[in-house]
Design a protein around this ligand. Structure first.
Ligand code: GDP
Ligand code: IMO
Ligand code: MG
Length: 423
């Protein structure tokens, strides 16, 4: 038996999709525990590129079952489209292979309208959300107004819930009627019904049966609603602890927590990002790393690896190992900047400040480590890597106190160097 949680250690888009798919080869179950279709997880297999938003990144192995846990917010229309897209790409998503929690909350059309209207209404403090209705859906969940998957099967109570919410008061120019929404969503639910079940029971039975399980986090630690750069965060908890609440398993069932870390840093949307590079080097990373959003296609803000952030992620997630991705993007740089502490009006600090005002004033203090000239995208062994690439990896391990178990040097499965061959 083993349960491993995979989490993003930065601001999302670290390459969780690639790493989950890589590790899924040796597991029985992959579970998403939070977020929604704000996530965009890319998996490249041969000449095919799969962009997954709600379906776990284990779906490409026919022997792996996938679970969308109770902590995820589900847009049923998007989920059905994702199933159809996968079918067109030759991946059959059957009820045996995909389980959807009956108590996961549903993203309704109102949530999307509200998300977009709220974002448009914020003049100088935009969050830069994905506009997918994530925030409003989680807001309704916590406010106890939420509609859950199981509600979609009961016309009377579903209609009652929608009327009680009085959406027209929140969205003045609302054109939708409750009846229309009920009809559309009940039709979606009918198609999804064979996939719906008590997923906590399913996962716990799998644990009891000694199955190997991966829990796939979405977003990243610094986007966590509690531990991220609030209010510039998403509305769920991407950190490892949420794997328990979002899937319905006990904390003692988790064996390992794997942090996925990009060899540099990116962020989409607004909010503080101390190591952002607004100059040529940021542009270089964006172009070379193809840093454009998987979900919204927005250009990602780019900058340097921040070890203050990474050590924080080690702490709040309890990381047991790190997978380092996109190391190939740093090929050809004479030196690589890495931030190890911040200069603040109150002095130099090496722990992430909790006060957002202070965080926004932090200036990175950089080490410059030597780069390498060679192209590493086709290297498969530790010993193939240029000395300075190996030194960069060791440098990160030394300053975080955590082993790097795997290095990714390209988007494909075989562009991966295993450093610690665990089970
Ligand atoms: P996720 O949201 O964490 O799953 O990451 P995304 O899929 O949004 O973004 C990561 C992007 O980098 C995708 O286009 C991946 O195909 C790509 N990628 C993943 N690992 C590597 C790598 O090691 N090198 C390069 N060059 N690209 C990678
Ligand atoms: P994956 O799983 C990167 C960001 C948005 C915005 C903030 C809030 O692919 O790493 P939301 O729509 O969630 O209310 O937006 O969070 N964001 C992401 N950034 N990767 C993601 O997912 C993200 N999901 C949300 O850009 O800044
Ligand atoms: Mg992504």
């Amino acid at each position: 038996m083993s349960v491993k949680v995979i989490v993003g250690t930065q601001w999302g888009d670290e390459g969780k999709g690639k790493i989950t798919d890589m590790l899924a080869e040796k597991v029985d179950l992959v579970v998403r525990y939070q977020g929604g279709n704000n996530a965009g997880h890319t998996v490249v297999v041969g000449d095919k590129t799969f962009k997954l938003h709600l379906i776990p990144s284990g779906i490409l192995y026919p022997s792996v079952a996938c679970v969308i846990g109770n902590g995820v917010v589900i847009d049923p229309e998007i989920l059905l489209k994702e199933i159809e897209t996968l079918a067109k790409q030759g991946v059959k998503v059957t009820p045996k292979r995909l389980k959807i929690s009956s108590i996961a909350h549903v993203i309704l059309p109102y949530h999307k309208l509200l998300d977009q209207a709220q974002e448009a209404g914020r003049s100088d403090e935009k969050i830069g959300t994905t506009g997918r209705g994530i925030g409003p859906a989680y807001t309704d969940k916590v406010a106890r107004f939420g509609v859950r998957v199981l509600d979609l099967f009961n016309k009377e109570s579903f209609t009652k819930k929608l009327k009680k919410r009085e959406w027209h008061k929140l969205i003045p120019d609302l054109k939708l009627t409750e009846e229309e929404v009920v009809e559309t969503y009940m039709a979606f639910a009918k198609r999804l019904e064979p996939f719906v079940e008590d997923t906590s029971l399913f996962i716990n039975d799998a644990i009891k049966a000694g199955k190997r399980i991966l829990m796939e986090g979405a977003q990243g630690t610094l986007l966590d609603v509690d531990h991220g750069t609030y209010p510039y965060v998403t509305s769920s908890n991407p950190i490892a602890g949420a794997a328990c609440t979002g899937a319905g398993i006990g904390p003692h069932k988790i064996d390992q927590v794997i942090g996925v870390t990009k060899a540099y840093a990116t962020r989409v949307g607004e909010g503080p990002f101390p190591t952002e590079d607004h100059g040529d080097q940021g542009e270089y990373l964006r172009t070379k790393g193809c840093e454009f959003g998987t979900t919204t296609n927005r250009p990602r803000r780019c900058g340097w690896l921040d070890l203050v952030v990474l050590r924080y992620a080690v702490r709040v997630n309890g990381l047991t190992e790190i997978c380092l991705t996109k190391l190939d993007v740093l090929d050809g740089l004479k030196t690589i900047k890495v931030c190890n502490s911040y200069k603040t009006p109150n002095g130099i600090i090496s722990e992430l400040p909790m006060d957002p005002e202070l965080f926004s004033k932090c200036e990175p203090i950089y080490d410059e480590v030597p780069g390498w000239k060679e192209e590493i995208a086709n290297m498969t062994q530790w010993s193939d890597l240029p000395l300075n690439a190996r030194n960069y990896i060791k440098y990160i391990e030394n300053l975080t106190g955590i082993n790097i178990s795997l290095v990714s040097v390209g988007s494909k499965r075989n562009q991966t160097i295993h450093l610690l061959e665990a089970d």
